[in-house]
Design a protein around this ligand. Structure first.
Ligand code: URA
Length: 234
């Protein structure tokens, strides 16, 4: 049975601010991981670690099931996400849903998070100090969900998680052996694909096929000089 993290649960409990050095999700019982993820969500809802709290309508913590084998990491909430408090609910989210559908994956079976939990005004790019302030939350989500495959959507999440300055066009199309035995598959951001047209969407389709075959155990992670075992965020 799959467990999901309810988004309307009580948020009055307090938590620590420092998640560095915590144990991986894989070593904890699922109910403990669900509880820890909920505690983290409550902490993030109160976050004022960067200036974005002043302009947000809602924090977009993330959504999905804590025992997901597949986790997507986007960039930052847009207008619709900021209003609804859920990731990828706008046009880009609809493309993500379509691609998931084509790969025969139900959105409720995956976990979806972002590099930033609050919307940058006017959808501007995330700033380095905002990423720095927020990345510990993503790290803890990755530890607690402990997915087998992580798909990074676009340049910001790919550069952060692979600790590289290379762009998505160069990095996509293959899988990378990553932190704690996970596979990381970079692909375009759905919003970029919507702007770029069918050619970019077709490349995302290819990346989703790769993702599906890794999940199915049919493809092992690319073995090349660029596929390194990387520490989380570096
Ligand atoms: N774009 C993102 O990167 N994340 C969202 O949640 C929505 C749009």
């Amino acid at each position: 049975m799959r467990l999901s993290v309810a988004s309307d649960r009580d948020c009055r409990g307090g938590t620590s601010n420092d998640f560095e050095g915590t144990s991986p999700g894989g070593g904890e019982l699922i109910q403990d991981r669900v509880a820890a993820l909920e505690e983290l969500r409550c902490e993030v809802l109160r976050c004022e670690a960067c200036d974005l709290y002043q302009t947000r309508n809602q924090v977009v913590f993330g959504s999905g099931t804590c025992d997901a084998a597949l986790m997507f990491v986007g960039e930052a909430p847009g207008k619709n996400e900021d209003l609804q408090g859920e990731p990828f609910v706008g046009q880009a989210g609809r493309l993500l849903d379509t691609l998931l559908d084509e790969a025969s994956i139900d959105r409720t079976d995956v976990y979806i998070g972002n590099v930033l939990k609050c919307r940058p005004p006017g959808n501007r790019d995330p700033r380095p100090e905002e990423i720095e302030a927020c990345k510990g939350y993503l790290r803890r989500q990755l530890e607690l969900v402990d997915p087998m495959v992580v798909v990074t959507l676009g340049n910001f999440s790919t550069k952060l998680l692979l600790k590289t300055e290379l762009g998505i066009t160069r990095l996509r199309g293959r899988s990378y052996q990553w932190w704690r035995g996970k596979t990381l598959i970079p692909t375009y951001h759905p919003a970029a694909a919507l702007r770029g047209g069918e050619r970019i969407i077709e490349m995302m389709r290819e990346d989703f096929k790769l993702m599906r075959s890794v999940l199915d155990g049919e493809t092992s992670t690319s073995d090349s000089s660029e596929a390194r075992q990387l520490g989380l965020f570096g």
